[in-house]
Design a protein. Structure first.
Length: 98
């Protein structure tokens, strides 16, 4: 069975993540950063919020976990290139109580 740890990249996290360069008062600390506000990124943020609501013990243990969705386009999902028809099944599952 293949495990991700068996295929670690040939560099460490310190090589890929630099020290912050912005002044401390201009930084935004987040618990989870999701890159991309397309359907996948937004679904991830929504589901994470749902999981934290469903598991109050975990939410309490983690404390405040701000979630940031970062999008480089002018609007959410603006870099999507698709002419596909969306199957609403995944959205129905995500919002099953609605």
């Amino acid at each position: 069975m293949a495990r991700p740890i068996d295929f670690a990249p040939p560099f460490g996290a310190r090589d890929a993540i630099g020290a912050p360069t912005d002044p401390r008062d201009e930084r935004i600390e987040v618990g989870v950063a999701i890159v991309g506000a397309g359907p996948g990124g937004l679904a991830c943020a929504i589901r994470l919020g749902q999981l934290l609501e469903e598991h109050p013990a975990v939410r309490e243990r983690l404390g405040d976990v701000p979630v940031a969705v970062v999008e480089k386009g002018k609007s959410p999902g603006s870099h999507l290139l698709s002419g596909a028809v969306v199957n609403p099944r995944a959205l129905r599952r995500l919002f099953r109580d609605g």
